[in-house]
Each structure stands twice: as C-alpha cells, then as structure tokens.
Design a protein around this ligand. Sequence first.
Ligand SMILES: [Zn+2]
Length: 327
Amino acid sequence: MSLYRDTGVVLRVHKLGEADRIITLLTRRNGKVRAVAKGVRRTTSRFGARLEPFGHVDVQFYTGRTLDVVTQVQTVDAFALPIVGDYQAYTAAAAIVETADRLAAEEEQPALKLYLLVVGALRALAGGQRDSSLVLDAFLLRAMAFAGWEPALTECARCGERGPHAAFNVQAGGLLCPRCRIPGSVHPAPEVLAVMAALLHGDWPLAEDSTQYVRRDVSGLVAAHLQWHLERRLRSLPFVERRAREAPLTAALGSDAQAGGDIDDETGDPGADDTDADGEPHATAGGATPGTAAWTDTARATAPGEVEVTGAAEGSRRDTHPGAAGT
Ligand SMILES: [Zn+2]
C-alpha cells in the first residue's frame, strides 16, 4: 500500500456510480491527478464538500491499480464559496480551471507554474477586489506564456523587429511588422496592446486604468489567441501526417510562411488548416468574457507561500520582459 500527499486545486468532478466521484486536481508536485473519492455523494461524507471545483485542498492519496484513491482531504483555501456566490467570478473561474485542465494535458507531469497561476487567479476572484475579466485575461496570458504561446506584444512575431507595430495576427503569434504583415491581421488600438502587456507582467495600475472598450478588445484578442493555439494543439497529431503527405504543396504555397522566426508553417498551408488567412474577424469583436474582481496584490498579501504567482511571467519560456515581471 502506497500513500502520498499533495496540495492541489480541484479542476473537475465526475460522478462515478451511486456515491463516488472522480476528482481531477492540478497539484503542486504531481501535476494533474485524477483520483476516486469514495462515498463523497452521500450526505454523511466527511470530505465531499471540500472536493468541489475551485477548492484548494491538501489531499492524501492511496496509489490504486488504475486510479488513485482519495483517503484524506483538508481545505487549504475555501475559494469555492465566494466564487460560486458571484456570477462574474464564477464564469471566470470556470474558464480558468477548464483552461488549466486542457493545458496540463498529461497526467502526473509536474506543472508547478500553472498550479501557482491557477491558485493566484482563484484567490483573486475569491477576494473580489479586482475586475474578474481582467483576472481571467491575466491568467490566460500567463498560462499561454507557460505553454510557450505568449503573444508577441512589442516585437514582430516573425522577424523580431522592435515595435510598435500595428498589425496583430493570431496565427502568426502576435504583432507583425509592415514587412511580415499577412492578410487577415487586425489592428488593435495601442492601449489594447498596452493592457495585454500589463496583464502579462502584473502591472495592475495600468490594466485597471483601462476603459471597458479596451478591456473588451483585450478579452477578444486573448480568447482568439488561446482558442487558436488550443485547437492547433488538438489537431497537431493528424496534421503531422498530413503535412508529410502534402509537403510539395506546402513548399509551393510557402511564401507566407517563409518570413521565418519560430512560427511553424501551418499558416502557409491552407490544406492543413481550416482557419485561413482571412479567418480572424472575431479577434477584435470582443470576447464574451465576464467582468468583476482581483489578484496578485491579494496573493502577495495573503499567501507568502505563493508569491511566485506574481512573478509568473519570469518563468515563461519567452521571457521578453524579465525586468517588468514580478515585483
Ligand atoms: Zn517582421
């Protein structure tokens, strides 16, 4: 019999049989863990209520043959109660745990940064002091940086030329200079890009100084960027096979993609990708992102153990503004 403990956030729960649940957690040390919680749907359950979505819990697991089994639960932070009581915070929190679930695709692969980002964002939503749509967008931008998809907000995504640039293209990875610009790019207002950068690097005064119009465009661009990368990752396996088959066609059409940089050539291959170059009208149309509540300051003040949340951008793989991140 093998026991282990970890701290985690409940991302999802599924019914299992009459009285049990399968709990999906994002843990500090073991990444995403799916485990069975027995008897939690009975009213007499000792820890049923602690294992609701958004709960931040300390759990003891028993290593099972297929799924691990939850044997003890202690609440670390009761985030669920304040979040569920505020509709805007609830919808933001639901988007946060769903995104975290999708980004931590592999079970039991450590994802400490992502875990800290989720805890920080949920703490901010539970605290209710920051606009919840800003909290969500800050989380999504930082989570994308964690995944290696940080949008280029100052330099050209393709050639790296310093901005400011006017054109933004989700498929290309962010801003594009006049030389690299491709059809289908959008032209967000400079304030929109400034707020995105502020959210990514934790400049809350600047982000909170923005108008609702700017925030709406920020949410739209962030949502489009996230959606495109998530969908592309889901398609990546069949795409590999297709690309090999269609290599000559790709080469013939490659002019769009040749500007190089670290983007892949998917944008240059219409046969492999349904989102063609014109396919980005929704990018500035504004996402249906909710709006009202908080984070990093709160996180810093209330949880010394989680201060890394505020410096999350430092851990991003692109690390374009090391000086601006964190403190
Ligand atoms: Zn360029």
